[in-house]
Design a protein around this ligand. Sequence first.
Ligand code: UDP
Length: 329
Amino acid sequence: MTVLVTGGAGYIGSHMVLALTDAGQDVVVLDNLTTGFAWAIAPQAKLIKGDIGDEALVEKIIKDHKVDAVIHFAGSIVVPDSVVDPLGYYLNNTVKSRALMAAVVKAGVKNFIFSSTAAVYGNPLTQPVFESEKPAPISPYGTSKLMTELMLQDSHLAYGLNYVALRYFNVAGADPKGRSGQSTPRATHLIKVACQTVLGQRASMDVYGTDYPTPDGTCLRDYIHVSDLISAHMDALAYLRRGGESGIFNCGYSQGYSVLEVIKAVEKAAGRAVNHKMVPRRAGDPAAIVAGATRAREILGWTPKHADLDFIVASALAWEQHLQRRNAA
Ligand code: UDP
């Protein structure tokens, strides 16, 4: 039994590979290394450099390695970029996922875990938002992921492909053992940008929009530590392998923080001010999105352990300092 992890050299994928290999599982990674790093992959896993859209390659990997489960992370993840380049996002996230799924179905693999996103909800009508809410994405990124969820639903009915789609809220933080973290130099995600700014790698950072209908006018998000997100995948994998029903699960803590609260948490962790300026809204951003996440606890048995913004921020900052030392060496 081998797990195929697509995008296993990326931020979240590399943490998945660490958790799987820590648990003694056999892992093969398929990654084109456009944004990921070979060094981030646990040494016990085998890396195959290639494209998830290459059906023949995926089929060969599945046969050669006796793959019984696929965990699919590979894709593009920056909401505003998807607004500028929607067709690029539909290609990477939707068209290539379709090719991957076709190869998986053809090769007879039955278990599929998919990295979906809270962006499928758009501006939800309820907070916290539960999985029963009708998806209404407001960015091509959210739509590109929703289309893959729909392909999974249909493939489950037609071909018996069993799946879990995990809708991630805002993932941050790093491996507590310091082996991986968010390493993309030009990352755009809030906690990473704020950590880089407090460490002086950026002169200043922008706060996108202060006129949202939220308590301080900046957007609210539900930040989740990467280790907890990965434990939800481990639970989902065990669940599918024991014959669990296919389904969709939110991954978050049901607690929203504003952009300004995150900046304050980074200032507290670093003991220094974060230079920032208020600028207009960024395209594609919902005002607030907070997870209703009881389903993952009840059905997958998920038990998050790090539901604490200060812990998440301290973990992200420690990784950023590690990268800074490594780059200086
Ligand atoms: N954000 C910000 N400045 C930045 C990066 C992000 O104000 O440099 C805001 C962004 O507008 C959103 C929130 O922080 O309201 C979270 O954005 P991020 O890109 O981290 O994740 P997303 O929710 O878009 O997936």
